[in-house]
Ligand binder design. Structure first.
Ligand code: F6R
Length: 236
């Protein structure tokens, strides 16, 4: 695991966009694992700019998103499918049919989780996984637990996650209580992992996750064992 500190969020986003751009240029049909939330927004804006300038071609790129709120459909503004369409997919030349997000409205959540794991397998695995980190150390929505859960699963969101994500909803009560998330196996199986975190509020969890003991109580800590992970942090 490599740890890099940056002076600003802009510098961090440009450097992370460089790694993703290199991946796309070297393998134009790469499978990118993508995240939502505030942390990747600067990266997505940078990638969209590079695509508009003709420097990046997403026409053969496939994407798999980490997670989706249970019960939210694609046309709901708070859904992660809506977020991805708005912040990245509509701004680049990707085929929407090549983009994948778990279906939060699936009647049989377990079947949807199995379908998602099969899909990742069929795509040949994830070449590059982009991650943020939650205040409780979650990646995707793999919440602190007594064990690492390998498969895609339906999970109960922790109070800290509900609180952190309330900013995207009218009230805390509106935040869905459950989500479908790629499991730790799917994430850890990515050939390359780029985790981005910024702001003073992430300092403590970044230290705990990447310089503390490896434990399912801090799910991101498992990345210390991944052979090709870069953690990019900016305090500002
Ligand atoms: C989002 C996701 C989450 C976020 C994490 C950090 O798809 O999987 O793990 O990456 O909650 O969110 P932000 O970046 O908003 O602080």
């Amino acid at each position: 695991m490599e740890f890099i500190s940056f002076k600003s969020y802009e510098e961090l986003s440009a450097a992370a966009a460089d790694i993703i751009s290199k991946q796309i240029v070297e393998n134009p049909s790469s499978v990118l694992g993508l995240a939502t939330g505030s942390s990747p927004l600067g990266i997505y804006a940078e990638l969209a700019k590079r695509c508009a300038r003709g420097e990046l071609d997403f026409s053969l790129i496939r994407t798999v998103n980490l997670d989706e709120y249970a019960g939210l459909s694609a046309d709901c503004e708070q859904s992660y499918r809506f977020f991805m369409n708005k912040n990245l997919f509509e701004k680049i030349n990707i085929k929407l049919s090549n983009t994948h997000v778990p279906d939060g409205t699936a009647k049989d959540a377990q079947a949807e989780c199995s379908r998602y794991d099969e899909l990742v397998k069929k795509l040949g695995g994830i070449d590059l996984q982009l991650l943020g980190i939650g205040p409780d150390g979650h990646i995707g929505f793999n919440e602190p637990d007594s064990r690492f859960i390998k498969e895609t699963h339906l999970t109960e969101l922790s109070p800290s996650t509900t609180e952190a994500n309330a900013r995207f909803f009218k009230s805390k009560e509106e935040v869905p209580k459950k989500a479908l998330t790629l499991g730790m196996g799917g994430i850890f199986g990515a050939k390359k992992i780029v985790l981005v975190a910024n702001g003073p509020s992430k300092k403590e969890i970044v230290n705990k996750a990447f310089f503390g003991p490896i434990t399912p109580k801090v799910p991101a800590s498992l990345l210390q064992l991944h052979p090709d992970t870069v953690v990019m942090y900016s305090e500002v």
